[in-house]
Design a protein around this ligand. Structure first.
Ligand SMILES: Cc1ncc(COP(=O)(O)O)c(C=O)c1O
Length: 481
C-alpha cells in the first residue's frame, strides 16, 4: 500500500474544488465528480489524504452528509479508500481488463493498434541475416545486453542524432515495452510514484501497476505542450515521484511534441527534483512536418535519463528489437536485470536489426511518406463525414487524438463499431480512472481504403447512437499499442 504523501487543509481543497453551487446534478454527486476530476488530472495526487468530512463540509458550506456521500461515491468508484488512522485517501482505480477479439480475422478493421505493416526492407534484412548466420552457429548464441555490432549501430544512430553514445551505454531488449519493463523492474520499489503524461500510452499504466508502482498523472495538451513542464514541476513537489515516463516526440495518443527549449526545461525540472526521466522514443524519428529536434537526454548528464527506443514503428512490431540508453554504470545494472529475465534477445533478430539500422534513413523516409499520405486521408475523411469532431493535425507519430462532440462517448462508439467489425481503442484506455471517454484515438497506420471504410463506419455508428439504434456491450480490446 503506498504511503500517504500529503494532506491538504479543508481550505486548500475547497479552493481547488471551487464553488459547489455550479456543480451539475445532486450536490454530493457533483462534488464527487469534481474531486474525481482533480485526481485524474493530477491536481490531487493519488495517496492524498482528504480532510475530515465535517471540516470540509464547513469550508464548502454544505452538510456533512453531502461530503460523506461524495466520499462514499469516490470509494465505490475506486477513487478513494479508507485507511485505518489516515481517514479517506485518494486512489486511482486499476485499469479494467478487457477481452481482445481476434483482430486478424478476415474483414476485421483493426484501429486499436497504432502499428503499421512491415517495412519492405525487412524481408531482405532477414535474408542477409540468414546468410551471416552460419558463421555464428559455432558460438553459444547468447548475446546478453546485445550483439556488439548491434550496440555499436544503435550508439552510432544516437551520435548521428546529436547524442554522443558509447556502445557500453546501450542495452538491447525485446522491444520498447520490454525496455521500459526492465527499467521499472530494476529501479521501482513497491509504492513508488511514477509521473505519467495524461493521456498516456496505456502500456505504461499497466507496467507501473505490475511493478507495484503508482501513477501520478500530469496533464498533456497538444495545443500547449510546454504546460507539461509546469504540471510536472507541481506534481514532483507534491508526490516525490521516483521516475517520470515522458514521450517528448509525438506523445501517444495526443501527438504532442515538446519544443527544443521545452524538453531542456522539463529535463532540468525533473533533474532538480531528483526524478529520473524515462524517455520513450518509439516515435522520435516519425516527424512528418518539421525535422528532428535534439534528443531529450542531450542537455543533462547521461545518468539523468534512461532513453528507450526501438524498431517496432519504423520497421515492424513483429521485429522484437528495442534498446535502452543511459550512462554505462546504469546500463550495466539494467543489462543484469535483462540477463536474469531472458538471458538474450534472439540472435537472428539482432543480426537483421543491425542490417536495418544501416539502412534506417531510407526505411524511415518511406515510412514517413506512407504515414503522411494516410494521415491526410484520415483527416480528410473525418472532416467530410464527421465534421463536428475535433481532429487536431499531429506533426508526427501515428495517430490523431479526436475530441468527440458534446455528449459523445468513445466507449459507446467502440462498442457499436465492434459489431461492424471495426476494433477501436476507447479513450479511457489512455487515462487513469474514467478520463477521456470524450476522446478517441484513431491511428493512421492502415492503408487508405481501410481508413476510409473505418471513418464511414464510425459515421454510421455515431448516427445510430444518436437515434438509439446502435447496440452495445461488445467486448473491447485488451491490449492497445
Ligand atoms: C509509446 C509506446 N511505447 C512503447 C510501445 C511498445 O513498443 P514495442 O512494440 O517495441 O514493445 C508502444 C507501442 O505502440 C508505444 O506506443
Amino acid at each position: 500500500m503506498p504511503p500517504v504523501a500529503e494532506q491538504s487543509t479543508p481550505r486548500e481543497l475547497a479552493s481547488l474544488i471551487g464553488p459547489v453551487d455550479g456543480l451539475p446534478g445532486p450536490r454530493y454527486a457533483g462534488l464527487a465528480r469534481r474531486i474525481r476530476d482533480l485526481v485524474t488530472a493530477g491536481s490531487l495526487p493519488a495517496g492524498h489524504r482528504l480532510p475530515a468530512e465535517r471540516e470540509l463540509a464547513a469550508e464548502l458550506d454544505v452538510s456533512r452528509v453531502t461530503v460523506a456521500s461524495a466520499y462514499r461515491v469516490l470509494r465505490d468508484e475506486g477513487f478513494a479508500t479508507t485507511r485505518h488512522g489516515s481517514g479517506t485517501v485518494t486512489e486511482l482505480p486499476a485499469a479494467g481488463s478487457r477481452w481482445l477479439p481476434p483482430s486478424n480475422r478476415p474483414g476485421v478493421l483493426d484501429l486499436a493498434h497504432a502499428a503499421p505493416e512491415a517495412a519492405p526492407a525487412l524481408v531482405d534484412a532477414y535474408a542477409q541475416a540468414m546468410a551471416v548466420l552460419p558463421s555464428r552457429l559455432g558460438e553459444h548464441g547468447y548475446a546478453t545486453g546485445g550483439l556488439p555490432e548491434l550496440r555499436t549501430a544503435i550508439a552510432e544512430r544516437f551520435a548521428a542524432r546529436g547524442l554522443p553514445t558509447d556502445p557500453d551505454q546501450v542495452v538491447v531488449t525485446a522491444g520498447v515495452g520490454d525496455a521500459t519493463a526492465v527499467v521499472l523492474e530494476t529501479l521501482l520499489q513497491p509504492g513508488d510514484r511514477v509521473l505519467v503524461e495524461h493521456p498516456t500510452y496505456p502500456g505504461i499504466l499497466g507496467q507501473v501497476g505490475a511493478a507495484g508502482g503508482r501513477c501520478t498523472p500530469v496533464a498533456v495538451d497538444a495545443a500547449d505542450p510546454d504546460a507539461l513542464i509546469r504540471a510536472a514541476d507541481l506534481a514532483a513537489r507534491q508526490s516525490s515521484p521516483r521516475l517520470a515516463f515522458v514521450m517528448p516526440d509525438f506523445s501517444n495518443p495526443t501527438g504532442a511534441r515538446l519544443s527544443a527549449a521545452g524538453r531542456r526545461r522539463l529535463a532540468a525540472t525533473l533533474w532538480q527534483h531528483g526524478v529520473l526521466a524515462v524517455v520513450d522514443e518509439v516515435s522520435a524519428e516519425l516527424h512528418l512536418d518539421e525535422g528532428p529536434l535534439p534528443p531529450f537526454a542531450g542537455s543533462l548528464p547521461d545518468a539523468a535519463t534512461v532513453t528507450v527506443g526501438g524498431l517496432s514503428k519504423a520497421v515492424w512490431g513483429g521485429l522484437r528489437i528495442g534498446w535502452i540508453r543511459t550512462d554505462a554504470a546504469l546500463a550495466a545494472q539494467l543489462g543484469e536485470t535483462l540477463g536474469r529475465r531472458q538471458l538474450s534477445v534472439g540472435l537472428l533478430d539482432q543480426l537483421a536489426a543491425t542490417i536495418l539500422l544501416g539502412r534506417l534513413d531510407e526505411v524511415l523516409e518511406q515510412r514517413r511518406a506512407q504515414l503522411r499520405e494516410r494521415r491526410g486521408v484520415l483527416l480528410a475523411e473525418l472532416a467530410r463525414l464527421l465534421p463536428e469532431w475535433e481532429a487536431p493535425v499531429p506533426a508526427g507519430g501515428l495517430s490523431v487524438w479526436c475530441r468527440l462532440p458534446p455528449g459523445g462517448s468513445s466507449a459507446a462508439l467502440a462498442a457499436g463499431a465492434a459489431q461492424h467489425g471495426l476494433v477501436l481503442a476507447e479513450g479511457r484506455a489512455f487515462g487513469t480512472g474514467h478520463a477521456f471517454d470524450d476522446h478517441l484515438r484513431l491511428p493512421f497506420t492502415r492503408p487508405a481504403d481501410e481508413l476510409r471504410r473505418a471513418v464511414a463506419l464510425l459515421a454510421q455508428v455515431q448516427a445510430g447512437l444518436r437515434t438509439g439504434t446502435a447496440g452495445d456491450g461488445y467486448p473491447q480490446p485488451r491490449t492497445v499499442v
